[in-house]
Design a protein around this ligand. Structure first.
Ligand code: GCU
Length: 149
């Protein structure tokens, strides 16, 4: 699976900021997306704050999507996940606490992507907002698509 492992090529967010005041985030280079150079993304602690990642898929298929995050709280900061702007079918991703804001973990979800550019939007589903976000990666997988809502 690692042969087709891609970082997001770009990301934009609403109600949040790029920050670097905690340790352990990935110090990326420009090939991982210019906007990631500065650190991690801290979405505001409000339901509905969101980040949209643009990823490039080599071909259509099911992709294991990993999001690396830190959640120094004890609340599961889960989010809704939307692919390519479709809001009628979506996913939920859990982000349990990681003990502190310097401790990072990855959560995975299998999403259907098309060939070429895709958008993956993560929207805070709880009042506490999403966790701090480091990066998103995609890798072709034989696993089935995650449960939809
Ligand atoms: C703290 C922490 C931030 C984090 C925030 C939150 O302020 O320093 O990095 O984003 O808590 O609760 O989301």
């Amino acid at each position: 699976p690692w042969a087709n492992y891609y970082f997001a090529v770009d990301q934009t967010w609403d109600q949040g900021a790029a920050e670097s005041n905690h340790e352990g985030f990935t110090k990326t280079d420009a090939s991982m997306g210019a906007s990631q150079n500065v650190g991690f993304v801290n979405l505001e602690n409000v339901k509905g704050s969101s980040i949209t990642f643009t990823v490039n898929a080599e071909k259509a298929g099911n992709y294991m999507t990993h999001i690396r995050y830190a959640n120094g709280s004890t609340v599961d900061r889960k989010g809704f996940v939307y692919v390519n702007g479709n809001t009628s079918t979506y996913w939920q991703q859990s982000f349990p606490g990681t003990a502190d804001w310097d401790t990072w973990n990855e959560m995975g979800i299998v999403l259907p992507l098309k060939a070429g550019k895709n958008t993956i939007k993560l929207e805070s589903a709880v009042d506490e907002g999403c966790p701090n976000l480091d990066y998103i990666t995609i890798a072709l997988t034989d696993e089935p698509i995650a449960e939809t809502y």
